[in-house]
Write a protein that binds this ligand. Structure first.
Ligand SMILES: [Zn+2]
Length: 393
């Protein structure tokens, strides 16, 4: 990792953040973290535009958001080749389409295959972008926006266990469970990890799942890596968490061999990984198994030795704090058997939920992240060349 590059980035962002802080006083933009200068710039300029006609300016109202996520409604919605042109395809209901550009009542969206198209703003439910609040004690969870990624999908099964359980289905179910947790208030016993209905932690403002169970084929559809990452960017998400399970362990371990990969380019990602790792150990370590692990456990990062960029495409495209969670080894009989159970999936989901809450609302450092390693293998991702945009029947 190039430390000078990081330091330079930090300086630029800090100077920028001071500028935003001044603007904030003027137009009522809430305090923002230093993680997404681009998003801050968009939000601030939009507010200033509004300021010329309305005072005080509303920030990121869904009716006027120039970026965000469009959720396709029941019955699907038309894709158009351009504003006021012809619709050419009815995309399936329950899909999340990021947009970073708007023309009047038209949104320029990215599909699951990373194609672009226009939709009518009136036809969809709009998730307005996150406010980029400062992390820590004053963070308002009721304004948080999180994007959850259910790893793999459709013909990309991901890892498959010895009795046939696939990552794509398990990951989807766990992501859905995290989403359900985030959509209502809870009390958390941080010592035991118990998560119960309550009001200590409020419901998150918006939770977007890349492959939603409300979508085509109950969420089992293909989603391009660029598309997955684009949702987090368009939503200016406070955190982006991709849910996976692992294969091909290297060693036997006494504790779950959980690994959480972080983006080396976006500040805070390593801390998010370390905190989620701690919570995974708390939740999953309560179960009995002959655990297995990789050459390292915990928060990790892998770099392409040629480019020094993140090895994983999802993390390389990250613009918000982003991690890939590899909970346990689905390839191992014991761990596959646990992944078959609701109790274990719920424990995994609660760990991710608690991890994100701690990341947003505390100054906790989390488990010390491992230093980034060069990675020489080929991840062997499924090509997106025949990716299909699901049509509404
Ligand atoms: Zn995976």
């Amino acid at each position: 990792m190039d430390i000078t590059k990081l330091l330079r980035g930090r300086t630029v962002v800090d100077v920028f953040a001071i500028g935003i802080a001044v603007l904030s006083v003027a137009v009522g933009v809430s305090a923002m973290s230093a993680d997404s200068a681009e998003a801050e710039s968009t939000a601030a300029s939009a507010s200033l535009e509004n300021q010329t006609t309305f005072a005080p300016a509303p920030v990121a109202k869904s009716e006027t958001a120039t970026s965000g996520v469009a959720i396709t409604p029941e019955g699907g919605t038309e894709l158009w080749s351009g504003p006021e042109q012809d619709p050419y395809f009815r995309i399936h209901e329950g899909m999340a389409l990021g947009f970073t550009h708007r023309q009047d009542d038209w949104l320029f969206v990215t599909t699951n295959c990373n194609d672009t198209a226009w939709v009518r703003a009136d036809d969809v439910t709009i998730v307005a972008p996150g406010k980029q609040q400062a992390l820590g004690n004053g963070f308002d969870v009721s304004e948080a926006v999180v994007v959850l990624d259910a790893g793999h999908g459709d013909r990309d099964w991901g890892g498959v266990g010895p009795s046939g359980l696939s990552e794509k289905s398990v990951n989807l179910d766990i992501a859905n469970r995290v989403s359900i947790l985030m959509k209502s208030g809870h009390d958390v016993d941080w010592a035991t990890g118990a998560v119960t209905a309550g009001s200590t932690v409020s419901a998150f403002r918006d939770v977007v799942v890349t492959r939603s169970v409300d979508g085509p084929n109950d969420g089992d559809f293909e989603a391009n890596l660029t598309y997955r990452a684009s949702l987090a960017t368009a939503a200016a998400a406070d955190a982006f968490v991709s849910i996976h399970n692992n294969t091909v362990p290297r060693i036997d371990t006494d504790i779950p061999g959980s690994e959480v990969f972080y983006s080396t380019a976006v500040d805070g990602s390593d801390r998010l990984a370390g905190i989620i790792y701690e919570e995974l150990l708390l939740s999953l370590g309560a179960f009995e198994a002959d655990w297995s692990g990789g050459e390292l456990l915990g928060a990790r990062a892998r770099l392409n030795p040629d480019t020094e960029e993140d090895y994983y495409g999802l993390l390389r495209r990250a613009t918000v704090p982003s991690v890939i969670v590899e909970g346990v080894y689905i390839s191992e009989p014991d761990e596959e058997a646990l992944l078959e159970t609701e109790a274990f999936r719920q424990a995994y989901a609660e760990a991710v939920y608690r991890g994100v809450v701690r990341f947003l609302t505390t100054d906790d450092a989390g488990a010390e992240p491992n230093r980034p390693e060069y990675f020489y293998d080929d991840a062997g991702t499924v090509s997106g060349s025949v990716c299909v945009v699901p049509e509404q029947p």
